[in-house]
Design a protein around this ligand. Structure first.
Ligand code: FES
Length: 102
């Protein structure tokens, strides 16, 4: 079963199967809006806050998601599986890229 995922501040939704993480659903639908790194719950780049909807989570790094984060639904999109339509905001790390010397 697929659910509509809405990223606050962006137009439209993308659809995510219950068997896919929100990040996987985003990628499969060729949508954008959530940065990512490891895709395995370790780096924290894909951190989002779930504003509404129900979901299940899989194992994610305790150094990236604290107990307080969990209480506030601040979770890693690569480890969250939707069980209803979801609205979220993106709060992930900004990826710093190396700059080449000029
Ligand atoms: S992409 Fe690294 S924690 Fe989700």
């Amino acid at each position: 079963m697929k659910h509509a995922i809405r990223i606050a501040g962006q137009e439209g939704v993308f659809w995510c199967d219950e068997n896919d993480s929100i990040l996987s659903g985003l990628m499969k639908s060729n949508s954008r809006g959530i940065q990512f790194g490891c895709r395995g719950g370790g780096c924290g780049v894909c951190k989002v806050q779930i504003l509404s909807g129900s979901f299940e989570t899989r194992c994610m790094s305790g150094s990236q998601v604290t107990a307080v984060d969990r209480q506030e639904n601040k979770l890693l999109a690569c480890r969250v599986y939707p069980r209803s339509n979801i609205e979220l905001i993106v709060i992930g790390k900004v990826i710093k890229r190396c700059q080449s010397a000029a």
